[in-house]
Design a protein around this ligand. Sequence first.
Ligand code: PRP
Length: 213
Amino acid sequence: MRSTPLVIALTKGRILEEVLPLFEQANIVPVENIAQSRKLIFDTNLDNVKIMVIRGSDVPTYVEFGSADVGVVGNDLLLEYGSGGFYEPLDLKIAKCRLMTAQPIGAKPGKGRLKVATKFTNIAKKYFAEQGQQIELIKLNGALELAPAMGLADLIVDIVDTGKTLKANGLEPKQLIANVSSRVIVNKASMKIKNVIIREILSKLRKAVEDRE
Ligand code: PRP
């Protein structure tokens, strides 16, 4: 009887570009060019390993519920998802960036209830509560950098990499909420049932990360 394949959930974009070379070192290579395909699930050089490509914010969901055994996702999205419903055994140390607050350049720190625009609403709620700062949360799904200029928010909580997007929109980074990098997460049941292959992949990935440092 053939065993069910191991399913690994990845996301397109920068994580994919940086994660595929690490997977290659772990001897997992997709049989076609993922970035150029419209398909969402891919065979690999290994009969018993498949790669699916989904939105980053959906990776924790697929892995928690076991529809994917393993996932690669930024810890910004893990913090936002907020459950401990999977293992997080490895930091791949790729796709590094920072989760920060940002506000119009030179703006004075506001008094009273601040309007905060973000797609990371759970993180923002927790962060400002810890600071003892009352806020009004405004959920946006993208182009957050426009919100202060358009009078929608006093500040934003967003990912900062080079800082160019903030600068181009008259904003400056303020407080660091978290350093971000891509993490491997593993479904708890899969870790038991598919222990041998998952351990082997984790150990090869760990070695690949160490080799890079
Ligand atoms: C992120 C973030 C900023 C940008 C920051 O967006 O939301 O817009 O990167 O990068 P920078 O500091 O190098 O300018 P991303 O491209 O990941 O897409 P998103 O809008 O889906 O978040």
